[in-house]
Design a protein around this ligand. Structure first.
Ligand code: HEC
Ligand code: HEC
Ligand code: HEC
Length: 125
């Protein structure tokens, strides 16, 4: 009996684990489309570090690089509300709510492409 219970418990854990993995992020609005700045799988794992490294590089050297936040927003903003935030299907918000990872970037940075300054928008095209 004990063994049966243990087996059932193990099975239910297995099942819920699988369900979690399969469900992943529901209906993320990817935005414009096209090609990401690197392989999406790589981006999924590394974008946090890449963005933070880019910030240091840009602030010290004044270049808009491959991983500039401005690029992400320009491409990943939803065509519906023109933002990467706002609803849980918006790109940055949706996944972060799901993953329970808080970021403060958009307290200063724009979450919408059209409010990006003209100069930066030019460089980030
Ligand atoms: C598919 C899910 C997903 C999407 C989409 C996503 N993130 Fe993340 N993000 C995560 C997860 C999970 C972490 C925590 C693990 C890590 O650092 O990689 C994270 C971490 C980060 C971090 C580092 C936070 C810290 O305190 O170190 C930043 C910054 C960040 N994301 C910004 C963004 C921005 C900006 C966008 C939209 C352009 C975005 N993320 C889209 C899942 C996502
Ligand atoms: C307190 C305000 C503030 C916060 C919070 C903040 N930034 Fe910034 N960030 C700035 C300013 C100011 C600059 C330099 C001016 C510019 O280039 O827009 C900058 C520049 C950058 C750049 C280089 C320019 C670009 O668009 O690529 C990156 C990358 C960047 N920040 C990423 C981040 C990320 C990622 C977060 C969140 C983890 C974050 N920042 C949070 C104020 C902020
Ligand atoms: C020119 C458009 C474009 C730019 C610029 C861009 N992306 Fe992407 N990104 C995409 C597309 C399209 C996908 C989805 C590709 C796929 O699923 O095959 C994607 C996928 C991703 C994913 C994986 C999402 C998931 O559900 O697994 C992350 C994370 C991501 N991008 C973050 C970023 C960040 C951070 C930046 C800025 C440094 C950025 N992207 C810049 C178009 C872009």
């Amino acid at each position: 009996m004990k063994r049966l219970q243990a087996a059932l418990l193990a099975m239910s854990l297995l099942i819920s684990g699988t369900v979690l993995a399969d469900v992943s992020v529901p209906h993320l609005d990817i935005g414009k489309g096209g090609h990401c700045v690197n392989d999406p799988k790589y981006m999924k794992l590394n974008h946090g570090d890449l963005l933070k490294r880019q910030r240091t590089i840009t602030v010290h050297q004044g270049v808009i690089g491959r991983y500039s936040l401005i690029r992400c927003v320009n491409c990943h903003a939803s065509k519906v509300n023109h933002s990467v935030l706002g609803t849980n299907s918006n790109f940055c918000q949706g996944c972060h709510v799901y993953a329970a990872v808080k970021i403060d970037c958009f307290e200063c940075h724009s979450s919408r492409p059209e409010t990006v300054s003209e100069t930066l928008r030019e460089v980030a095209k």
